[in-house]
Design a protein around this ligand. Structure first.
Ligand SMILES: Nc1nc2c(ncn2[C@@H]2O[C@H](COP(=O)(O)OP(=O)(O)O)[C@@H](O)[C@H]2O)c(=O)[nH]1
Ligand SMILES: [Mg+2]
Length: 285
């Protein structure tokens, strides 16, 4: 049953986001003219935030209560951008949401290089192509609240349409590198047939991390690295202001296809001295 509800004015304009659990009063019969009212928002188990860029103090809440962040990256058309993947990983770790790397358009290019790039992370990876049912992804989404995030044109809506029969999310045309048309304009949560939810989001060009500091990230997700970080002399930094890297990260296997506007010196090699997982949080194109 679908209940249409409007937000009580007291809650404020930006108070309810996709994924929220809410209390409603009024006509909850779900009839064509029924209108209920959202009066309360339940405490959120997670909040995925981003800022427009790394200097932007204004945080947008992308979704609430997600427990899995599906980083959707095309293997080609548009080419993979590791800088964007890294930023999504930071956002996921910071908010306590499990990341999953979903590589699309496997009919156009092979996934080995990108899988190798992230081999040291405990990062699950699935590959998809539109001419095959997305079964490996569906298995990972079952009974969870997952949010798909990725540049426009990587195939998010195509996936959602395959995962949720009867859905008709608009499919866009890739018009240039990282410039797929923004065909989906708002995030939408859809119930999966086998249980769980998937949230399709509009393609985003940047994933600002002004709200994440190295210390908060270490404390929330990399507790094993905290002792090492403490013995490394560096100025106290409220943001991701680390010295630029002195050596190219060894994890990069190829130069970025294009200059990456999402990459910023702020995130350069912030955790480059930490082994394995953390060393990958480096912008790469
Ligand atoms: N070759 C190929 N094209 C795909 C695949 N998945 C999606 N596309 C195409 O990529 C374009 C963008 O897809 P869309 O689902 O709108 O991407 P979104 O912006 O991330 O929602 C469309 O032209 C799709 O037909 C795939 O697996 N292989
Ligand atoms: Mg879309």
């Amino acid at each position: 049953m679908t209940v249409t509800a409007m937000r009580a004015r007291e809650l404020g304009r930006k108070s309810v986001v996709v994924g929220d659990q809410v209390a409603v009063v009024g006509d909850v019969s779900g009839g064509p003219d029924a209108l209920a009212r959202i009066v309360r928002i339940q405490e959120r188990s997670s909040v995925l935030r981003r800022t427009a860029d790394d200097d932007d103090p204004y945080e947008r809440v992308v979704v609430a209560n997600a427990d899995q962040l599906v980083i959707v990256t095309a293997l080609a058309d548009p080419p993979p951008r590791t800088g964007f993947i890294n930023r999504c990983l930071v956002a996921a770790y910071d908010s306590g949401i499990e990341p999953l790397l979903c590589l699309t358009k496997a009919d156009l290019a092979t996934p080995e290089e990108i899988i190798e790039t992230y081999a040291d992370l405990e990062l699950p990876v699935v590959t998809c192509r539109r001419d095959e049912p997305p079964d490996p992804l569906a298995a990972r989404l079952a009974n969870r609240m997952s949010v798909l995030i990725g540049h426009s044109g990587v195939g998010k809506s195509t996936l959602v349409n395959a995962l949720v029969p009867g859905t008709n999310r608009a499919i866009g045309v890739v018009s240039g590198i990282g410039k797929g048309r923004h065909t989906s304009t708002s995030a939408v949560a859809l119930a999966l047939p086998g249980g769980g939810w998937v949230i399709d989001t509009p393609g985003i060009r940047s994933f600002g991390l002004a709200h994440v500091s190295p210390s908060s990230l270490l404390a929330s997700s990399f507790t094993d690295l905290v002792p090492g970080a403490q013995t490394t002399a560096r100025p106290a930094a409220p943001h991701l202001s680390c010295p630029p890297p002195t050596a190219a990260p060894s994890t990069r296997t190829s130069p970025p296809a294009t200059p990456n506007p999402a990459a910023s010196p702020r995130t350069d090699a912030c955790w480059s001295r930490a082994p394995t997982r953390a060393c990958l949080l480096i912008p790469g194109g």
